[in-house]
Write a protein that binds this ligand. Structure first.
Ligand code: FAD
Length: 420
């Protein structure tokens, strides 16, 4: 018997439910990844990371006697073509929450039924699968705290072991990998990052997660997004470090909201009271990190430079755009999605809506005061100086209010009047 395992964003050998199921349902397994070029998701920062993930996965599979078959085109058509060529009885794929992923699964189900192939699906994107816990009176949790309580009471599944051997049918053309340039993606690097984090930084996470210059968070978001790490394994190993496990629960929270409300990336989850403003110039200044607020510009420039932004900075720049400039959150979310290596439909839209006051925040009118936040989370101004070279020679916390000392050459004056 032969199974085709369609990898999507579960690009790992450790604790992979899809791989486990494929191996249990067939002697021969065809691990497949289909590059769907031209997709909105495929921006350069993420494609580079993905290329590394695929190269690493192929290495790991080859070491176990298998391979990673690469095809280009429509994932459903390519999967079915390969399954028919190989006379496969089974196709295995992980369930996912985005509109795109749901549609892919529906089309796969229809195509498999037409060709009398059995489609088997598994859960692997969250710790607790979306929909596995829900309130008595609804299909999903709308507020985090009750979700966290229910989630914490759930028994997580056991982790699957890494297969020693994978048997590939003879004579398959494996196809070429996309070109990579060492962007740091892939299971091998991700596991190193995870081990280092669990042995070190995690212990200080409750005290240091908001320390902007300290950069003391796990930086595992892209590894989790592409599934180079299993969220179940990470949460299990993080064990008693509740503050960290809680963040993994936030990730699951947005996954379950998106599963139930797939319009989340484009439509307000709840209406908000304040009106939106169409202001292309303000939006352009914000995107370029030229708002004249050093803490905001530092965050936005970190994103431009690294394809990453600290979570505290993400909150501040998002609040600034939606609550001070009153520009619709989708404009900011799109900019994030263009650049973030960890860009994730559910987490991005869920967090943007939370900040914009259209989402699940129980205090939708909350505003972050950028100055107070700057003095609190970047008390010596080091984060600003790292990303805003025009202010690099300004010492200490004075860097947060350049208008107080007449400004710095080349650095803009504030886009909106500063509030105390
Ligand atoms: P850590 O603090 O070490 O957290 C560990 C893990 O928990 C993260 O890797 C992430 O998977 C999860 N996590 C942490 N915070 C959140 C959160 N607020 N919501 C959901 N999951 C969380 N995260 C993404 O992965 N992709 C996105 O596209 C994304 N967009 C965001 C947009 C906005 C406006 C905001 C405010 C947050 C966004 N986040 C997003 C959440 C968070 O900022 C990042 O997950 C985090 O900064 C990644 O760094 P880390 O891995 O070091 O996080």
């Amino acid at each position: 018997r032969t199974a085709v395992l369609l990898f999507t964003r579960d690009l790992r050998l450790h604790d992979n439910p899809g791989l486990d199921l494929a191996r249990r349902s067939a002697e021969r397994v065809v691990p497949l990844f289909v590059l769907h070029e031209g997709l909105r998701f495929a921006v350069p920062n993420r494609t580079r990371f993905l290329s590394d993930c695929l190269a690493d996965l192929r290495d790991g599979l080859r070491r176990r006697g298998g391979d990673l078959v690469i095809r280009r085109g429509d994932p459903v058509e390519e999967t079915i073509r390969l399954a028919r060529d190989q006379h496969a009885q089974t196709v295995v794929v992980a369930r996912d929450v985005s509109r795109y992923a749901k549609r892919r699964e529906e089309r796969l189900a229809a195509a498999c039924a037409e060709h009398r192939i059995s489609l088997r699906t598994v859960d692997s994107v969250g710790v607790v699968p979306p929909g596995a816990v829900h309130p008595a009176n609804g299909d999903h949790y709308k507020v985090f705290t009750p979700y966290w309580r229910a989630w914490s009471d759930t028994q997580w599944r056991d982790c699957h072991t890494v297969p020693r051997k994978i048997t590939l049918p003879d004579g398959i053309d494996a196809g070429s990998l996309p070109a990579g340039d060492g962007a740091g993606g892939g299971e091998t690097m991700a596991r190193r990052r995870m081990s280092r984090w669990l042995a070190g930084g995690i212990a200080d996470y409750p005290n240091r997660h908001d320390d902007l210059p300290g950069d003391a968070t796990s930086r595992l978001s892209a590894d989790l997004h592409f599934g180079c790490l299993s969220p179940v394994e990470l949460a299990t190993k993080a064990g008693a470090h509740e503050a960290y496990v809680r963040q993994l629960c936030w990730r699951d929270f947005h996954l379950q909201v998106t599963a139930a409300f797939p319009d989340l990336p484009t439509r307000d989850y709840r209406p908000r009271r304040q009106d939106w403003v169409d202001d292309p110039d303000a939006l352009a200044a914000w995107r370029a990190g030229q708002t004249g607020y050093p803490i905001i510009d530092a965050g936005l420039r970190q994103l431009l430079a690294e394809g990453f932004m600290h979570n505290r900075a993400r909150m501040l720049v998002a609040s600034f755009l939606t609550k001070q400039l009153n520009v619709h959150w989708t404009a900011g979310a799109n900019h994030f999605f263009d650049l973030l290596v960890d860009g994730d439909i559910a987490n991005n839209a869920g967090n943007w809506q939370w900040i914009a006051g259209t989402g699940n925040d129980t205090r939708p009118n909350r505003q972050f005061n950028p100055l107070r936040q700057a003095y609190r989370f970047d008390p010596d101004g080091d984060y600003v100086r790292r990303y805003v070279p025009e202010l690099a020679s300004v010492p200490g916390a004075a860097v947060h209010e350049p208008w107080k000392f007449g400004g710095s050459p080349g650095y803009p004056s504030p886009l909106v009047a500063p509030r105390a």
